[in-house]
Design a protein around this ligand. Structure first.
Ligand code: ZN
Length: 138
């Protein structure tokens, strides 16, 4: 069995961003040489997510609005977690959007359903943060 590991770094301009990282994940898969197996991709931070959904700008705005209703960033004083930090909303948003995705690798490709794309969801950005890519298989 082959095994591959890589860290991808992101430093977003804004506090919150969704980035389509599918091309970078496909590069990792190519580099690994693995044709059949499983690919895990997870945020290495507790205020960021990796998730799969449609790459459609309207949907991304809907997600942002929905998350902001569930866990508004402000006022910061509404959260017990805030004090030294101001990122309680980011922890909550990450919990909803998830930590990781697992994708089947078939014939050297990500075995996606229609429209599936992998996103990095940043909820407390403007600093360097990492995503882990781990691929196992043959
Ligand atoms: Zn925090």
């Amino acid at each position: 069995m082959k095994s591959y590991r890589k860290e991808l770094w992101f430093n977003t301009k804004n506090r919150r961003e969704f980035i389509n990282i599918t091309p970078q994940i496909e590069d990792c898969l190519k580099e690994s040489g693995i044709k059949e197996g499983l690919l895990l991709c997870n945020a290495m931070h507790i205020t960021a997510s990796v998730f799969i959904n449609d790459d459609e700008a309207g949907l991304h705005k809907d997600m942002e609005n929905w998350l902001e209703k569930l866990a508004p960033e402000k006022p910061y004083s509404q959260y017990f977690h805030n004090g030294y930090e101001d990122n309680a909303d980011a922890h909550l948003k990450r919990s909803i959007m998830g930590r990781e995705v697992v994708v089947a690798v078939t014939d050297g490709k990500l075995d996606f359903g229609p429209w599936e794309q992998i996103f990095y969801g940043e909820f407390d950005g403007k600093r360097p943060k990492r995503v882990l890519v781990k691929i196992i298989g043959e």
